[in-house]
Ligand binder design. Structure first.
Ligand code: AMP
Ligand code: ZN
Length: 475
């Protein structure tokens, strides 16, 4: 498998350094509100990466953290009159529910920053010992950017510009968690206690305070994946300063390469602008569910563009995703019928991935293994389905193709036949007619069944027979 690496700006092969597990870390959500669908674009791309690594036998160990202590979580928990723990747990649960709705696999580890304060304090101690950190007059501890010459490599900060910015800041360090390239300066590792932090402080050798945001990901990735691991990921905005700072503070301690591969997802846009909480131009998953979009349509829409391409989110995109899924379902329904299988079989049958990946959809697998190209993979899938739709197939052939489709759907995290109108949406009268028709059909009273079908149609509904029963679809 190969993937674009932000550090070398080239597509690189993925190999686990220890030959046993592929260790990857994704910067997770900051839990002070619902994640928006832009955040989910990044998390879904990482979910697919983890799935493909799994089926390609690379044995992933996937860690995604929960950021529960930083300026926003603290401020909003105080405003809500809740402890930081109570406040962030609510939003963490909410996030997990959304992840389940979108059929995302649970990471192997999901550490919380507040549960790793000791590890963070230890890291600050080591940086102090090695002369990479200092305590300033405000009591906070900062990383000394000048002490780490490779600083800026990931985001390609020009070294001269970097030096002049750091020195012209007159040594004034930057306490903010997030900032842009124009304010490169020594960054906070430990923030001294402030009245606005409420009860959210811990004891350390440098006095009471709390860790800076960047530190948590170094401490937690090192704990669960080791000093040096295979891949680190996040949205493109994290490249600078977050990942740059993580590299500096970790490598300054270990002297080893922190992550061998850097994987960034381009932002989701809305109306051509970055979807973000601060800009207020965002949709949550639940906004879209309330509009009646099914989770799989939303998942499909969010993964439909290559992770290195901008994806402009529109309702048209959701409609396109819906018809793509319906097209797949149509082909699969025919195959299920020929193979005499039930819909559930698609998810229940054991899948022998290596063999299935070599079958009818090898083009799709090649696209996934070459820089995780989801649009090319689905494009190749549809081309094959078109041919399959036109072929006469034996029961065995249809069965094999179904298994091959199930394997591909697993890698993409898609489930079919979940986008039907909810039973509650179907008027009682139509449900009754459909039941009567089903009964007539079972009694082989074809004339009555046909009349009932017409009556259902007149009410604006189509009834479709399946192996397991029937379904109603709005016309
Ligand atoms: P946050 O909860 O703000 O810490 O962000 C969680 C993840 O979502 C990070 O990896 C961000 O880089 C990513 N992210 C934020 N906004 C977007 C967006 N509009 N499109 C894609 N990813 C995003
Ligand atoms: Zn992080």
């Amino acid at each position: 498998m190969r993937l674009f690496d932000t550090m070398t700006r080239a597509v690189q092969p993925l190999q686990s350094a220890d030959g046993r597990k592929y260790r990857l870390y994704c910067c997770g959500p900051t839990v002070y509100g619902p994640a928006h669908i832009g955040n989910f674009r990044t998390f879904l791309v990482n979910d697919i990466l983890r799935r493909v690594l799994e089926v390609a036998d690379l044995n992933p160990l996937y860690v995604r953290n929960i950021t529960d202590v930083e300026d926003n979580t603290i401020r909003q928990s105080l405003e809500a009159g809740l402890s930081l723990e109570a406040f962030t747990s609510q939003w963490t649960n909410y996030f997990h529910e959304d992840c389940n709705t979108l059929n995302m696999l649970t990471p192997h580890e999901e550490p919380k920053a507040t549960q790793h304060i000791e590890e963070q304090i230890n890291l600050v101690g080591k940086l102090m010992e090695k002369g990479h950190a200092y305590q300033a007059a405000d009591g906070s501890v900062y990383f000394k950017v000048d002490s780490y010459p490779p600083y800026g490599r990931l985001s390609r900060l020009d070294q001269r510009e970097l030096r002049s910015q750091v020195s012209t800041s007159g040594g004034a360090p930057n306490l903010a968690d997030n900032y842009d390239r124009s304010s490169v300066a020594d960054f906070a590792l430990w923030k001294s206690r402030k009245p606005e932090d409420g009860d959210n402080w811990w004891e350390s050798s440098w006095g009471q305070g709390r860790p800076g945001w960047h530190l948590e990901c170094s401490a937690m990735s090192m704990k669960y994946l080791g000093d040096s691991f295979d891949l680190h990921s996040g949205g493109e905005d994290l490249c600078f300063p977050h990942h740059e700072n993580e590299i500096a503070q970790t490598e300054a301690v270990t002297g080893k390469t922190f992550a061998h591969h850097w994987f960034h997802t381009i932002h989701l846009l809305v109306d051509g602008k970055k979807m973000s909480k601060s800009a207020g131009n965002y949709f949550t998953l639940r906004d879209l569910l309330e509009e009646g979009w099914s989770p799989m349509v939303i998942r499909y829409a969010l993964i439909s563009a290559h992770y290195r391409q901008q994806l402009n989110f529109t309702k048209n995109g959701l409609h396109a995703a819906q018809s793509a899924l319906q097209k797949m379902e149509k082909s699969v329904l025919r195959l299920l019928d020929i193979a005499e299988r039930r819909k559930q079989d698609l998810e229940e049958l054991p899948l022998d991935f290596p063999a299935l990946m070599k079958g009818s959809f090898s083009g799709s697998w090649k696209a996934l293994e070459e820089d995780l190209n989801v649009p090319e993979a689905t494009g190749a899938m549809f081309s094959r389905l078109k041919e399959i739709d036109r072929s006469d197939l034996s029961m065995e052939q249809a069965d094999t193709i179904l298994l091959e489709i199930a394997a591909l759907l697993y890698a993409l995290g898609l489930k079919l036949f979940t986008a039907q109108p909810k039973p509650a949406d179907v008027p009682e009268e139509v449900k009754l007619l459909a039941e009567q028709r089903w009964k007539a059909k079972n009694e082989k009273d074809w004339a009555a069944a046909d009349t009932l079908r017409d009556r259902i149609k007149a009410e604006g509904w189509a009834v479709k027979d399946t192996r397991d029963g029937y379904e109603l679809e709005a016309l």
